[in-house]
Design a protein around this ligand. Structure first.
Ligand code: FAD
Length: 347
């Protein structure tokens, strides 16, 4: 017989968002558990490519309570440093993370909310979804994708430029991942970087600190957006590749042929691989039985709280759950508000 357990608040996901929720739940003295599908700590930071750099210095990438330590050798920490920081964070605050437990379905029932997992059932009075986006890579529907005979992978599967030495690689996507992966590949592979619109680098002296400051101003009612300045943070490897002329952007192609991309003017390029740096989608499948989604769209929220079911909060995912909620420094603020609302509901 499968086990049944109870927590007043159940947090689904033990990455940075789940840990930030745990920190505030602990402070609010609420009984809670964090269920995490991953066997190890660090959420998605365990899986990023080797040379990824944060777009903010450590001090501007901290969860509540404990500053991220500086990483020797550079102002912008790498992903392994963040994963180690998150592992230390959950230990320091003794957060009750249960690992290798995947929540499969969340249902309403006589005992409040019921989470069916691959390791038994949990009942809870309130629930924080913090499953991130890593497990739902997004590739746009572009004609001919299935016909391409080379290798295709998404940011999700990219680990190191060494896998592509001497190859011709098409990198697709004009955001930070596209810029960083194109810069990573450019010294050892022949790269074409296809972007839907010309890439817009932020001024070199602007990094994630400014993104957060702008998000803060938005919270305070000043509507200024970072998009007026650009999209891509010029972290060192990107800046170096750009300044040495290695980072050439091309317009978006019209279709893929078996050999490579074809542009609307008829020009083509033969390549060995395509790396899709085209983003991720929120990983909210376990909530499907609750039918929280607006028709054809995302789950409507007021801040983090579902409008359909006020016991459920969504943390992380993107700005729609709170300004900068999907960043290390921003998620603490939305976690605090979410936990305050949950405390109010349960007391
Ligand atoms: P995740 O880190 O993905 O954690 C979610 C956890 O939930 C995982 O451990 C997963 O196993 C678990 N989970 C998923 N489904 C289930 C389930 N059904 N049941 C139980 N557990 C489940 N942010 C910054 O602040 N600075 C940066 O420089 C930065 N760079 C980024 C670079 C890239 C390439 C990407 C993709 C994102 C970057 N971000 C950055 C954004 C953001 O900080 C990360 O995406 C971060 O990992 C999001 O944290 P999270 O806790 O929401 O999700």
């Amino acid at each position: 017989m499968s086990t049944v357990r109870h927590a007043r608040v159940l947090v689904v996901g033990g990455g940075q968002a789940g840990l930030a929720a745990g920190y505030h739940l602990r402070r609010a003295e609420l009984d809670f558990a964090i269920l995490d599908a991953s066997p190890g700590p660090g959420g998605a930071w365990q899986h990023y490519w080797d040379t990824l750099r944060l777009f903010s210095p450590a001090a501007y990438a901290s969860l509540p309570g404990r500053p991220m330590p500086h990483q020797a050798g550079g102002e912008y920490p790498d992903a392994a440093h963040v994963a180690a920081y998150l592992a230390d964070y959950e230990k320091r605050y003794d957060l009750p993370v249960q690992r290798s437990v995947r929540v499969e379905r969340i249902e309403r029932g006589p005992h409040g909310l019921t989470a069916r997992t691959d390791a038994g059932t949990w009942h809870a009075d309130a629930l924080v979804m913090a499953t991130g986006t890593w497990e739902r890579p997004f590739i746009p529907a572009i004609p001919g994708t299935a016909s391409f005979t080379g290798r295709q992978l998404h940011t999700h599967g990219y680990r190191t430029a060494a896998d592509f030495t001497g190859r011709r690689v098409l990198v697709v996507g004009g955001g930070n991942s596209g810029a960083q992966i194109a810069a990573d590949l450019a010294p050892t592979a022949t790269v074409r970087w296809a972007t839907p619109r010309p890439p817009r680098f932020l001024p070199d002296d602007i990094d994630g600190r400014a993104l957060f400051d702008l998000a803060t101003r938005r919270v305070q009612g000043d509507g200024t957006g970072i998009s007026t300045l650009g999209d891509i943070v010029a972290v060192d490897p990107v800046r170096r590749a750009r300044d040495t002329g290695l980072l050439h952007a091309h317009p978006m192609f019209e279709r893929l042929t078996p050999a490579g991309p074809r542009w609307s003017d008829g020009s083509t390029w033969e390549c060995d691989a395509v790396v899709w740096c085209t983003g991720f989608r929120p990983d909210l499948a376990p909530l499907a039985p609750l039918a929280l989604r607006a028709p054809g769209g995302r789950i409507p929220t007021d801040g983090t709280r579902s409008l359909q079911d006020g016991r459920i909060h969504l943390l992380g995912y993107g700005d729609w759950t709170g300004p900068a909620s999907a960043t290390l420094i921003g998620v603490g603020r939305t976690a605090r508000t979410a936990v305050a609302e949950i405390s109010g509901l349960l007391r």
